[in-house]
Design a protein around this ligand. Sequence first.
Ligand SMILES: Cc1cc2nc3c(=O)[nH]c(=O)nc-3n(C[C@H](O)[C@H](O)[C@H](O)COP(=O)(O)OP(=O)(O)OC[C@H]3O[C@@H](n4cnc5c(N)ncnc54)[C@H](O)[C@@H]3O)c2cc1C
Length: 486
Amino acid sequence: MTYPDPSATDLHADVVVVGGGAAGSLVASLLHEARAKVLVVEAGPAPPDDAHGAPASPLALPDDAPPDEAWRFRSEPEGARWFRERVLGGRTRVWGGWCFRASEQNVVDAALLGVPWPLPLRALDPYYARVERRLRVIGNRDGLDVVPDGECEGPVTLHPNLAALSTALELPVIAGRIASVGQRPWRGTDALDGVDVRTGTTALRVVPRGRGIAGVECLGAGGERRFVGAPRVVLAASAIETARLLREHGDRASLTLTSPLIASYMVLVDAPVAGVAGASRAALVPRFVNTPGGVERPYVGGFSVEVQGPHAASIIGARAASMLELREEDLARMTLYLVSAFGSMSPSRDRALRFDLDDRDAHGRPVPVLSLPTTENDRALGDEMKATCLAIAEALGGSSAVVIPLAAPDGLSIGSESLHEGPLGAFQGAFGARPSPLDLDGRWRDLPGLYVADARHVPFVGDRHPTLTLLASAARTADALLRDRA
Ligand SMILES: Cc1cc2nc3c(=O)[nH]c(=O)nc-3n(C[C@H](O)[C@H](O)[C@H](O)COP(=O)(O)OP(=O)(O)OC[C@H]3O[C@@H](n4cnc5c(N)ncnc54)[C@H](O)[C@@H]3O)c2cc1C
């Protein structure tokens, strides 16, 4: 292995953060506030300046273009859509902003599925609170065990149509807990004020020196090699990209990959939307099944349902209307809801990430191969998710509602993912023969100065969006780094 000549180093920092998505931006801002000299290297470009931008349409879809030569991946079965946003802010450019704490039921499920939580849930409480305040999560204190209350800005009043849903379903329906900046969801870029960022800069490898780190070798937007010298590096490039960077530092050859199951429907009701100033149009119907006191089902896990709306149906626009064979004049008097169920494919030995060393991308990196077979558990959960969305559609609009499927719970749409060393394996070293290369605070054991702060080894939360938990873990890692540096 050759080490770069320090005199050729063009950039220096105390800490290099690789990836400027949700996790990287949060960690960089925490370190910056603690007066560390931080540099974020982000593969994508800077986004347009939209600090005060309008809210995205609830129908806005992420970029699903096939990955270019430099970012290829394969899936088994073929045809998975792995949503990656190569832009500063990462996937927070397109996310919905839903933020939920994990519950004890998630910890129980994770143990049953062979990816036990490495730490007690309460260890994350102070970090959840910190992240909720930073991301300005709105919501109420609902007092439900299944979705623990957080440090949310409130009170939030539900639109009467959503409040009525609770009566119709005889279930709690709570105001959406959403990370909000003005009228739009929080984005990573909201955290980056004052932080030094290099966009168009792809990290290729972390370069060790002796028992420590020399820095990060990067590729600039013009194809030029750059070296960023730093004694500490935080990998926050998203789980799979981080795993690729860790390969040459003793990582496992294969890791368990968990990803969501999502069922999503557009519901059109033939009545104009009632305008109610200030009322929230986002509601969560918390986890449905296998909860103490709830409905028992013969599978592990559960799911939650999100309802967005009511909106004037005309927001879907002329193009989508014609694709869906709907007439604009009909839409003008209709109300739109989006109903989505969110669960997770169950972790299994077969659902794994590996890298094909014989198939290299344009940067010479091994191509990720995502194995995504479904299990009986996934199929049973997916069927129930679809049936529940349809029941909610009916509760919202009666039997005459027009219900259009948007996403099937086939496990092939990957909006978020996490990696584990299970199942029944060596998560954080508690159970396996070989200890995990990562410690509980995100330190890479074999290379002092190297930290991981994204959805690599984030505790498994299958029935709700994972990002708040991911960010709470990332904030823990930032604290560990600051302690080590002191
Ligand atoms: C449509 C959609 C809706 C979603 N809605 C929600 C929601 O409502 N709630 C929720 O909790 N979650 C949601 N998610 C998931 C959420 O967006 C992700 O869990 C979260 O953004 C992951 O953050 P991250 O920082 O780990 O990764 P990312 O946000 O993907 O950021 C990684 C960054 O690293 C950069 N990068 C990658 N490789 C390199 C490299 N080698 N060098 C330099 N930079 C690199 C990328 O360009 C990117 O900017 C949604 C996802 C999608 C796609």
